[in-house]
Design a protein around this ligand. Sequence first.
Ligand SMILES: [Zn+2]
Length: 484
Amino acid sequence: MLNQIKQQIERLKARGATYVDTRWYPVEETNSLLMWNGNLKDTSSSRESGLGVRVLYKGAWGFSASSDTSNLSALYDKAFDNARVAAERVTFPVRLAEKDAIEGKFESPLQVNPFEIPLTEKVSFLQQMDREMDKAGVTQRISTLSFTRKHLFFLDSEGSQIEKLITDVFVDLAVNGVDSEGGMHERKFKPPRRGMSRGWETIDPEYFKANAERIVRELNDTLKAELCPVEDRSVILLPGIMYLQTHETIGHALELDRILGYELAFAGGSFVTLDDFGKLRYGSEKLTVRADATLPNSPGSFGFDDDGVPAQDNLLIDKGILVGAITGRQMVEEANAKARRHIFEGSSGANRATSFYRVPIERMTNINIDPGEDGTLEDIIRGTERGIVLDGDRSWSIGSNREQFHFGTEAGWLVEDGAITRPVKNATYKGATIPFWNSLTAVGDHSTWEVCYVDNCGKGQPNQIMQLGHGVPVCRFDNVRIGE
Ligand SMILES: [Zn+2]
């Protein structure tokens, strides 16, 4: 198959294509299970294979994909014809940033392949979790397991050949309850990534049991709590909400295709302009953010992106100043040309497609905040006069250019004179992105830093659901409006 792909790539080059690449998936598998109040509500499995071809001709892309690989010539010709038609109406000819020809292989680290675990063992884990959550105050208990495994080859006309085998495991636990006024509350556990691997071995029943007990206890505390006050306070965000704050108001805002206006119709744009790079004070000096695709245990790590660019660890915000973006080969060239200056050195290796039948676009890798020097969570609470500790995403609303946000959280605990006093319910906070990040006054040390994941980030038309990570510490922001 690889030889046939190489022959087709050469054939299109001979016809005048300036660039051709192929992603061939011998197999992509998914498996998911959902247990709801003790009933196995859903189990599903999928298995597919196929091939996607991108062709660049006179500055325009053509794409075609199919699960039927019996007539490769027709598939490659279709991609080429699409590019030829598109080339007649191209407004900004596509150029690709330079990269090296790479022969490489990436395997996500794992000890036990989840697709080799019998269904009975997976169901038994969910039953165990369900029993742990079946306690007073809980009206709904939901536990899910999902697994993905993809094996693919990337080849391009510049001589790259890359093989990837990527496996991921996702577990979610959630409990719901109703307060005395009929208000619904939820508490979830989406486990931060621990250890160095991504397989079935990451599911440690004792660890999940302890966290199931915790979310039931915290749900009951919330059900009995008074309403969150409406006032300005310091907010102390735990990783369980900090990851979403980072995702929505840094990650999405720094995708270069958004900045160039390509996602306006669906996912939205960005308040960031090309002029801002190297200048904009995005946050306080305590804020250093990186796109790090080299973490071993995160779904935002994949070895090489779908342009064939190796995984990198790049600064996005350096001590508060905006210095980088989430980029692929095409957008880097377009941004440099439109800005009439050399902002980006090359692709940051963040062009990704969900599968062989979608084209790659700029996607977050692991958008992480460096741990700081303000100690443990306890140290930060001790140094806070009037604050609130927040955790768990309950609702979110974000400006289409990511310029402002409003988040509701599952849990909140008021802080007075350096100590937690009581839980509150319906906790929310809101702000404008740049003033908010500039009000960052404490960043927790490595003991507070957790790699959280997002397994359902949506972007693109047609929609592409992507998985990624956020390594984030506990952070404190001052003078934030809460409760409305
Ligand atoms: Zn997203």
